[in-house]
Design a binder for this molecule. Structure first.
Ligand code: OFO
Length: 173
């Protein structure tokens, strides 16, 4: 496997693993603050990020490269409120999208069309994740400080997490 592409894929493995831990920290914070729907949504999102990481690990190894399992920085323990949580989530996803775009660029420069093809799945995934984060953030801003609205919002997130859950309860990895 092309060494530059391999390095970029390993960097991406680290980013997906960090995303998983970051969302796990958000899930735990939400659970401790009585927002069980948000917690469920974040636990599920954390699982998805782990799946993104595993998919990369397997791809690198299957193509003759060496996947490196990274050390992860400790995610934040405290968040100000839900607006803060979803703003951080959106910013994080924007950073991940930039990283995926950079990976696409490297594949083209190195003429690695197989990896380029593989990475397209992540391109569309990022599009969806950014759109989801933006729409959730818009809803929170609309609700403002209304407690009843927040209660409904938390319940809606729980329902969306249930609807998106895989039938076998696994990550699909
Ligand atoms: Fe892996 O999609 Fe978000 O970060």
């Amino acid at each position: 496997m092309n060494t530059r592409v391999e390095q970029a894929l390993n960097d991406q493995i680290e980013k997906e693993a960090s995303s998983s831990q970051f969302y796990l920290a958000m899930a735990s914070w939400a659970e401790n603050n009585g927002m069980n729907g948000t917690a469920k949504f974040m636990y599920q999102h954390s699982d998805e990020e782990r799946f993104h990481m595993l998919k990369l690990v397997k791809f690198v190894n299957e193509r003759g490269g060496k996947a490196i399992i990274p050390a992860i920085a400790i995610p934040p323990k405290e968040f100000n409120d839900l607006t803060n949580v979803f703003e951080l989530l959106l910013n994080h996803e924007i950073m991940v999208t930039e990283s995926i775009n950079n990976l696409v660029d490297i594949c083209l420069q190195e003429k690695d069309y197989t990896t380029h093809n593989f990475i397209q799945w992540y391109v569309s995934e990022q599009l969806e994740e950014e759109a989801l984060a933006r729409s959730v953030l818009d809803k929170i801003k609309l609700i403002g400080g209304d407690k009843g609205g927040m209660y409904m919002f938390d319940r809606d997130l729980e329902n969306s997490a249930i609807a998106a859950a895989p039938v076998n309860g696994g990550t699909g990895a």
